[in-house]
Design a protein around this ligand. Structure first.
Ligand code: FAD
Length: 412
């Protein structure tokens, strides 16, 4: 590992301290380093453990805008060879023949995004991080306290060491200990559903098409990976999900095939399966005196639209732009005025995604004649109204709305 990945770095003062070295924390660190800020990342888990397939078997849909940002901050080149383009997206309801088809050729022929296994994303982030001489990783270390004064903030680690910066950024995930330490509430709820995640190998080519089939327990997503493989994200009611998860391989494959159908030919699971409880939360504030929340520490959504990571990457791009604009003017980048600019930029976009994912999940798991009819009308309406369809397609690509420059692939 590169020399800057150590626990005994002499420096203890940085421009930004990032707490949490998950996909969002490492992305923020690379983005901040790319624009010239000195940054430290503190992660409580050994990176070797975070990077083992027993830790995270998921793959993520990286929207086009996110891909452009990862390229701009020097990460994409290390994951490009593991990325499967998503050319088309097909959404269907139960066994209905009516389906919604998003075709990349209806926009400009550019893919919607890419599917990449999380383990490959982490490897690429760590590789890119090791190339920045102004980026320091302190791991495995847990932040146990935070102190904030007029011009400064400091976190204390579990070995007693104190690390200082004008700004601390919490990228410490859904349960965000840092968010709790500074008293920001994050209301939300749990869904009576679990997601089972596994990889399948199949007979026919997937042609880069992502399928999302809405079943009574929740969405059953078949997302293309490189080769004749796909990542399955199968949402089911909690009790049934637990029973399915516990099945032996043969019976689990039978249940998968029942839902998958035959369009990919013979299919079977490979490797381990994982399951995740599902919940939604949205922090009441993203910022407080000398602290900002980014990624899942600020918001967590149902994986129905594969947007959680993409939302966090947009936070990263916005915060980086706000910080560097102020640093270049010689201003203190940890003040509330600066941080509120970040919050204003990101809050509405995130809030609408929290609402859309929640409503979509409810709409598609609810039974009843009227609801079924509304779903049919909704799918048909989007399919037949090209402007509405293009609006959804641009959002799926993460290229709609007021975008920070990094999401266009430009370094601010
Ligand atoms: C089934 C499923 C499928 C998904 N699919 C997609 C998808 O296709 N596309 C998409 O965009 N999103 C997807 N998501 C969402 C996405 O995975 C998350 O939004 C994303 O991983 C959040 O990253 P994060 O870095 O914010 O948080 P985390 O991954 O939770 O990272 C937080 C890090 O902080 C560390 N930490 C915590 N406390 C401390 C402390 N006190 N000191 C030091 N370190 C600390 C933790 O060890 C951890 O490494 C999916 C989610 C699920 C559940």
């Amino acid at each position: 590992m590169a020399a800057n990945h150590q626990d005994n770095i002499a420096e203890s003062r940085f421009d930004v301290v990032v707490v949490g070295g998950g996909m969002i924390g490492l992305s923020l660190a690379c983005a901040a380093a790319r624009v010239g800020l000195d940054v430290a990342v503190i992660e409580r888990v050994e990176f070797e453990a975070l990077n083992s397939s027993s830790f995270d078997g998921r793959a993520s849909a990286i929207a086009l805008g996110s891909q452009r940002m990862l390229a701009a901050i020097g990460v994409w080149k290390y994951m490009e060879s593991s990325a499967q383009p998503i050319f088309d997206i097909r959404v269907s309801d139960r066994e209905s023949l009516l389906h919604l088809h998003f075709d990349h050729n209806e926009l400009d022929g550019v893919a919607f995004g890419y599917m990449v296994e999380n383990i490959k994303i982490r490897e690429a982030l760590l590789e890119a991080a090791s190339k920045y001489s102004n980026l320091f990783i302190i791991a495995p270390r847990t932040v146990v306290a935070i102190e904030r004064s007029v011009g400064n903030a400091a976190v204390t680690l579990d070995n007693g060491r104190v690390v200082k910066a004008p700004l601390i950024v919490a990228c410490d995930g859904r349960g965000s200990p840092l968010r709790a330490m500074v008293g920001i509430r994050a209301p939300g709820w749990t869904y009576p559903q679990n997601a089972i995640v596994c990889t399948i190998e199949h007979q026919f080519s997937h042609d880069g098409i992502a399928h999302e089939k809405f079943l009574s327990g929740g969405p059953f997503a078949v997302l293309p990976l490189l080769g004749k493989r796909a990542s399955l994200v199968w949402t089911e009611k909690t009790n049934l999900a637990e029973e399915l998860y516990a099945l032996d391989d043969k019976n689990f494959d039978i249940e998968v095939t029942k839902r998958l159908g035959s369009f990919l030919g013979d299919a079977h699971t490979i490797g381990a399966r994982y399951h995740y409880p599902l919940a939604m939360h949205h922090a009441e504030h993203y910022v407080d005196h000398r602290i900002a929340l980014v990624g899942d520490s600020a918001h967590g959504v149902h994986p129905i639209a594969g947007q959680g990571l993409n939302m966090g990457l947009r936070d990263v791009a916005a915060l980086t732009e706000v910080l560097i604009n102020n640093v270049r003017l010689g201003l203190d980048h940890g003040t509330m005025e600066v941080l509120q600019h970040y919050e204003r930029w990101r809050r509405i976009d995130n809030l609408s995604m929290v609402a859309v994912t929640d409503v979509l999940n409810r709409l598609f798991v609810t039974e009843g004649t009227m609801i079924k009819f509304s779903r049919k009308v909704g799918l048909a309406a989007v399919n037949r109204l090209p402007p509405l369809k293009r609006f959804f397609m641009r959002h799926a690509r993460g290229t709609g709305g007021s975008l920070p420059r990094l999401m266009d692939g430009e370094v601010p």
